[in-house]
Write a protein of this length. Structure first.
Ligand SMILES: NC(=O)c1ccc[n+]([C@@H]2O[C@H](COP(=O)([O-])OP(=O)(O)OC[C@H]3O[C@@H](n4cnc5c(N)ncnc54)[C@H](O)[C@@H]3O)[C@@H](O)[C@H]2O)c1
Length: 298
């Protein structure tokens, strides 16, 4: 049994990581300040639940005692709000991550897995490979790429084992459905349930790599538990399905009733993960496609 801290553990992805760790018999501390504009927070009552902020080092120092693994999901996690409030985004996503790394280092944490984003690739050609240069189109991706670099620095300079995961478009149970900035599948399902037309942004031809949240939680679990050579720490790994689909095709799977709304600034046209590195390093494989998952939703 090991002990973990999951930051942002009451949010969409973090709560699945908490559940996965508890299911496997491990001890979990869940830290979340309920900052996100989510419909709901998911506090698993079998975890030690703490409502607090990753920028509070006194709190972190007390929580990190005896912690083996840190799963760092807490963030301003949406592009739209980050464009509206860049300084707050930099403070949470960069300074918050730096604070967590420093406290983890001081506490002797074994490994830290950082939730970063495929939006680091911006307008790069697909498939997106980890060796591509970053192309940050908005404050959110700047903040995440900056935090990635701090993770790598903590590995190289201080020997803290970090793993940087660039998630593509994560979907599944508990995906936020509230507001215009929540992930697209959540918006479409909410609109269908309310009997409304689905609102497709732009011409709907933009293509996204959708990856299931349970598979993302599993990638985090494998990242903590797999023995890998030292030089594989401090590196970026794509967490995506390795297949992409247009938003028009996603909409068609959910409803025939669509309208088009203006496109948004700061978003890439297409993403597609080359997930070879993740698969070969951690023996990860996806278990479900987005089409199968949507077809199972009533
Ligand atoms: N959902 C996706 O498709 C996706 C894609 C790429 C990257 N990510 C990244 O994965 C992580 C999890 O994303 P998510 O979709 O679950 O988002 P989410 O907003 O549901 O979860 C983030 C959680 O962090 C908490 N939080 C925010 N600021 C905090 C702070 N200062 N201290 C403590 N808690 C704080 C929020 O209250 C929220 O519960 C984020 O870092 C996000 O940037 C998500």
């Amino acid at each position: 049994m090991f002990k973990s801290l999951v930051t942002g553990g009451a949010g969409f992805i973090g709560s699945h990581i908490v559940d996965k760790l508890l299911f496997n018999g491990h001890k979990v501390i869940c830290l979340d300040n309920e900052f996100a504009d989510n419909d709901q927070f998911y506090w698993n009552q079998s975890a030690q639940n703490v409502k607090g902020d990753i920028r509070d080092s006194t709190l972190l120092n007390s929580l990190l005692e005896g912690v083996d693994y840190v799963f760092h999901c807490a963030a301003e996690s949406r592009i739209g709000p980050a464009i509206e409030n860049p300084l707050n985004t930099f403070d949470i996503n960069i300074m918050g991550t730096a604070n967590l790394l420093q406290c983890s280092r001081e506490a002797g944490v074994k490994r830290l897995i950082f939730s970063s984003t495929s939006s680091a690739y911006g307008l790069n050609k697909v498939p997106n490979v980890e060796s591509q240069p970053e192309d940050c189109l908005n404050p959110y991706s700047v903040s995440k790429v900056s935090a990635e670099k701090i993770c790598t620095l903590y590995t190289q300079l201080y020997g803290l084992q970090t793993i940087i995961f660039r998630y593509f478009n994560v979907y599944g149970e508990r995906a936020p459905k509230k507001g215009q900035y929540c992930p697209v599948i959540g918006i479409f399902l909410r609109q269908r349930a309310a009997g409304q037309s689905l609102t497709i942004v732009g011409d709907g031809k933009q293509r996204r790599d959708f990856v299931y949240v349970g598979d993302v939680a599993n990638a985090n679990f494998l990242a903590a538990t797999t023995i890998i050579p030292n030089h594989m720490f401090g590196q970026v790994y794509n967490v995506g399905q390795g297949y992409n689909i247009s938003i028009n095709d996603i909409a068609k799977l959910i409803s025939d009733d669509h309208i088009y709304i203006p496109s948004r600034e700061g978003e890439a046209f297409e993403n597609l993960a080359d997930n070879t590195k993740l698969k070969t390093t951690f023996s990860w494989k996806p278990t479900i496609t987005v089409q199968q998952w949507i077809n199972n939703q009533s």
